[in-house]
Ligand binder design. Structure first.
Ligand SMILES: Cc1cc2nc3c(=O)[nH]c(=O)nc-3n(C[C@H](O)[C@H](O)[C@H](O)COP(=O)(O)O)c2cc1C
Length: 275
């Protein structure tokens, strides 16, 4: 009866004390019924049996997982070394086991390893930053920034404006402040107007960054690119993002130039207990 207890859609029901698929059309193919039955008694035409295997609980290691999460850092210095395609496929293969709302599994990935395109994207975004910086110095710019000073966008602009000269000089020397010269750019996207697309993509990305770290690879979220893709038709065209999809996560990935020896401090969590 575990399949009946487990089925969130109410498809499996106890009828005459026998587990019976009552409304099979309501099934969302989550696989829980087959996964929970210790006797493998569930037969389900909609599930690919070849993908179902015994769980190896002895491989679980909570201390190891904790150390992995504590030691992951956003990596902004990458070796000039490509990441083999089978490793990238392996990482995405793990991400597909991430939870999705109603088991919609509507997350998809775009992987860019074309160095020329990566350089073009970095230049475009940095050039945009330079133009905004120039505009901020004009009378109009100063006035608008004053009016919008409390918005997230202007707070962020103000944060970086004093270092802009440094960023420009370093960029001219060859540093890449946008994609960090990483060999891989990974975009995670979902259907544009679907509830929970953002959540589905973000959860998949969390598994990706942690799994990549366990494989000795570094990652870094590139939030500015995600925002820019939302505005720029050119970027969407370059990145071949279908019209009906929205990019919720952009991250770079590659072999870190060096590793971190220590953990970092973080704020104490704000928790409201309602007991
Ligand atoms: C949504 C989001 C957007 C981010 N955007 C960028 C970015 O555009 N460029 C960058 O270098 N780092 C970016 N980061 C990385 C953060 O700066 C980083 O996570 C934070 O400083 C904490 O450092 P840690 O990841 O090493 O713990 C982003 C992180 C998140 C979660």
């Amino acid at each position: 009866m575990l399949c009946v207890e487990e089925c969130a859609s109410g498809v499996w029901r106890s009828i005459d004390k026998i587990p019976t698929p009552f409304m099979p059309e309501q099934c969302n193919f989550c696989g829980h019924c087959a996964a929970v039955c210790p006797k493998s008694a569930v037969e389900h035409k909609g599930l690919d049996e070849d993908q179902i295997r015994k769980i190896q609980k002895k491989l679980f290691n909570s201390n190891g997982y904790k150390e992995l999460v504590l030691s992951r850092r956003s990596i902004r210095q990458y070796k000039d070394k490509s990441v083999p395609e089978d490793i990238l496929k392996n990482i995405i293969d793990l991400a597909r086991y991430s939870p999705t709302a109603s088991n919609s599994q509507n997350v998809a990935y775009t992987i860019i390893t074309d160095r020329a395109l990566l350089k073009k994207i970095s230049s475009k975004l940095f050039g945009f930053g330079e133009r905004v910086d120039g505009w901020m110095q004009t009378a109009w710019g100063r006035m608008i920034l004053k009016i919008l000073r409390k918005t997230d966008f202007v707070i962020t602009l103000n944060k970086y404006k004093d270092s802009m000269d440094y960023y420009i000089a370093k960029t001219q020397e060859g540093r890449d402040f946008i994609l960090h010269h990483a060999p891989v750019l990974l975009l995670i996207h979902g259907p544009k107007n679907k509830m929970f697309s953002n959540d589905n993509c973000s959860i998949a990305s969390t598994n990706i960054i942690n799994y990549a770290h366990s494989l000795g690879l570094g990652t870094c979220y590139i939030g500015y690119l995600t925002v820019a893709i939302g505005f720029s038709k050119t970027l969407r065209r370059w990145l071949k993002i279908p019209k009906e999809r929205k990019v919720f996560v952009s991250m770079v990935l590659g072999h870190p130039c060096y590793s971190h020896s220590f953990t970092v401090p973080r704020n104490k969590p704000e928790i409201t207990w309602i007991q």
